[in-house]
Write a protein that binds this ligand. Structure first.
Ligand code: IMP
Length: 184
């Protein structure tokens, strides 16, 4: 069942899960015998991170970091700030940063610049989605499941005004939803 507020489903639940399983397979292969730490970027990556973590066949730990970018509900402003730092040190650890979506790339660029000086043994990025046409800074995304067009999407962790994160698929919202809430 698709929610009435959804205009189109870009990736249905089955496709999302195939993408996650493939990423988990690659990461499990690459990190065998290494001390892996998954770092989820709150809040968008929570749903993805939970599925990815359960699909990994290598032992690992998880931690979370939170950023915020000033701007409207559907467009990033380019100014990123740290809202919550990691609980533990990452020096000497193999870190995979887990993001829901790479849009302009500014959030990831900021996070990589923040984490690199802490001297992890390695630092890679895993993102479920990317909007390639929106990229403003070059970011090295080692693991990615899907490229999508430059449209605002919700579901599978992604929100509009904090809603729709729980949808098991990724889709676009009907125009009326933005107009009703006065956002955008
Ligand atoms: P970036 O810094 O422009 O790459 O944006 C990254 C963050 O913006 C993501 O982690 C999301 O939280 C948010 N974001 C970007 N595009 C979308 C979208 O289409 N829907 C919901 N959130 C998005």
């Amino acid at each position: 069942m698709v929610l009435a507020e959804i205009e189109t489903v870009l990736l249905d639940e089955a496709r999302v899960q195939v993408g996650v399983a493939e990423l988990a397979r690659r990461i499990s292969e690459d990190y065998q015998g290494r001390d892996l730490l998954l770092v989820g970027v709150l809040k968008g990556a929570v749903v993805f991170m939970a599925d990815l973590s359960r699909a990994l066949t290598v032992p690992h730990e998880v931690d979370f970091i939170a950023t915020s970018s000033y701007g409207s509900a559907t467009e990033t402003s380019g100014v990123v700030r740290l809202l919550k730092d990691l609980d533990r040190e990452i020096e000497g650890r193999h870190v995979v940063l887990v993001e829901d979506i790479v849009d302009s790339g500014l959030t990831l660029d900021y996070l990589l610049a923040t984490l690199r000086p802490r001297r992890p043994a390695s630092l890679e990025v895993c993102a479920l989605l990317q909007k390639p046409d929106e990229l403003r800074v070059e970011v090295p995304v080692r693991y990615k499941a899907f490229d999508i067009p430059s449209v605002f999407v919700v579901g599978y962790g992604l929100d509009y005004a904090e809603r729709y994160r729980n949808l098991p698929y990724v889709g676009t919202l009907r125009r009326e939803v933005y107009e009703r809430s006065g956002g955008g």
